[in-house]
Design a protein around this ligand. Structure first.
Ligand code: TYD
Ligand code: MG
Length: 458
């Protein structure tokens, strides 16, 4: 006989255990296990090899139907989602509270509505008046978007199925409540059940569904990391609240690549598109300052120039020096410092080191190593980098500088923004075959060569 089992679900990662514990055994978070209604487990009484319907098996080489993409007309958004939204697909939009998810989706809704799509915006967080007020402030008050403030999935789906819209925003999935399952909104099982119902609706009616999800402190889409498996596309809306810039990044995309980003700036009238992100992340560079380098980062196929700043402060002996990093990996910084000490004889052990990526940008590109090292050398030796130079390359523990991907693209972007010099890894390619604009290349095989070069400059 079926017997309901007690279960405790981690609200952070969704892992299930059958007794309560203070710490989740999977993700290690504390006090996240919450008792949730057990599901009934049916014993397998039937032979699974009979009684089912036969599914059609096809070969890998059979005909492909590419999904049709609906462009919203907001280019940065379309680019990030892989060229437009797909009918019958569910997209999760994650991001910190207050980063601008509701604003962006309201703008997307208005665009689609103006373009003739039927659009419904369901807010579980704000009253309809609040959303309307915001729309008016954004100058979107006249868009034919249907608006509702609701949290019951049953009510929402009953309403939507009367006249299924082309595009639906659910803001946010954590406020939704399904009566098919017990538990308060926001718990993992509620979020999962609600999402399941909503996604089923999207597939059934060919609706483009956007689910908003708030993110926990450690950067996971809140609790419901489980959601990532259920939706077709996972987008993350990132940025520092104290900065203007916002990056829309795709983390998973069943219909396309995940290597494009959309860049926006949060302004008085909502989010505006930033077509030339490099100009945005670079501070005014008319003067040469020590400790600053320019790094041509690559976001998918899109180059973005960012400024890396380093500051070193000599310490009176005895104190433990601080290492502080904003926008980069701190263990990577420790590695670069170690390589500079062991392979180049530059010691930072008596100094505090601060590293900052300007503009609130987060770097993940390994080619940033060399730019970081150059910023550190420049700060340490108080020698500014020439203001017309960009620098990139990966550093190995041996102190060798490794070539990185897409050198021509990076050089082209640098040249477009007026940089004349590039400090790059030595590579096997012949001088004649090099492409990438008119930028003069200075190539380095070892980090020690770069140190010599920078210290020799008067
Ligand atoms: P919001 O879209 O509500 O964030 P989320 O849905 O991700 O929680 O955006 C909230 C912030 O955006 C708020 O702090 C104010 C700012 N904002 C602007 O600067 N300009 C605007 O036009 C709007 C609508 C919001
Ligand atoms: Mg919101």
């Amino acid at each position: 006989m079926a017997k309901p089992k007690k279960k405790y679900v981690c609200q952070n990662c969704g892992s299930i255990s059958h007794r309560w514990q203070g710490q989740c055994a999977d993700c290690g978070d504390w006090n996240t296990l919450v008792e949730e209604a057990g599901e009934t487990v049916f014993a397998a009484r039937h032979n699974l090899q009979s009684g089912g319907r036969e599914v059609r098996l096809v070969g890998l080489d059979s005909e492909i139907k590419l999904p049709e993409r609906k462009k919203t007309g907001i280019e940065e958004f379309d680019r990030a989602v892989g060229g437009g939204l797909v009918a019958g697909s569910a997209t999760l939009m994650g991001g910190d509270p207050g980063i601008g998810k509701s604003t962006l989706l309201l703008q997307v809704s208005a665009r689609l509505a103006h373009a003739g799509c039927s659009v419904a915006y369901i807010s579980g967080e704000e009253a309809a008046d609040q959303v309307r007020l915001r729309a008016r402030r954004l100058g979107l008050g006249d868009a034919p978007v249907k608006l509702a403030s609701a949290t019951s999935v049953r009510d929402i789906l009953t309403t939507l199925s009367k006249d299924p819209p082309d595009f639906v925003v659910i803001d946010s999935i954590q406020t939704m409540h399904s009566d098919l399952i017990e538990g308060a909104p926001g718990t993992v099982s509620q979020v999962r059940a609600s999402a399941q119902e909503l996604i089923k609706f999207a597939k059934e009616y060919g609706t483009m569904m956007m689910l908003v999800g708030h993110v926990t402190k450690d950067g996971n889409i809140a609790g419901p990391r489980v959601l990532e498996h259920m939706v077709d596309t996972v987008m993350s809306f990132e940025g520092e609240r104290s900065h203007q810039y916002r990056i829309l990044r795709s983390i998973k995309n069943r219909f396309g690549g995940t290597d494009e980003i959309g860049v926006f700036a949060m302004e008085e009238m909502g989010l505006s598109e930033v077509q030339n992100p490099s100009a945005l992340f670079l501070t005014d560079r008319s003067e040469e300052v020590t400790g600053a380098t320019v790094f041509p980062a690559l976001e998918g196929t899109r180059p973005v120039l960012v400024e890396i700043q380093a500051l070193t402060v000599r310490l009176a002996s005895g104190a433990t020096p601080r290492r502080s990093v904003v926008g980069w990996d701190s263990s990577r910084l420790a590695m670069i410092l170690a390589v500079l000490e062991a392979r180049c004889g530059l010691s930072f052990s008596g100094a505090e080191v601060y590293l900052n990526v300007a503009g609130g940008y987060r770097l993940t590109d390994p080619a940033a190593d060399l730019a970081v090292a150059a910023a550190l050398i420049s700060a340490h030796a108080e020698r500014p980098m020439p203001s017309d130079a960009v620098i990139f390359g990966e550093i190995a523990l041996s102190g060798e500088i490794r070539p990185v991907s897409n050198t021509p693209l990076r050089l082209k972007e640098a040249s477009k923004l007026g940089f004349d010099r590039a400090l790059i890894p030595a590579s096997g390619e012949k001088a004649g075959k090099q492409s990438g604009g008119t930028v003069k290349r200075l190539q380095f095989a070892k980090l020690a060569n770069l140190v010599d070069h920078m210290l020799a400059r008067a």
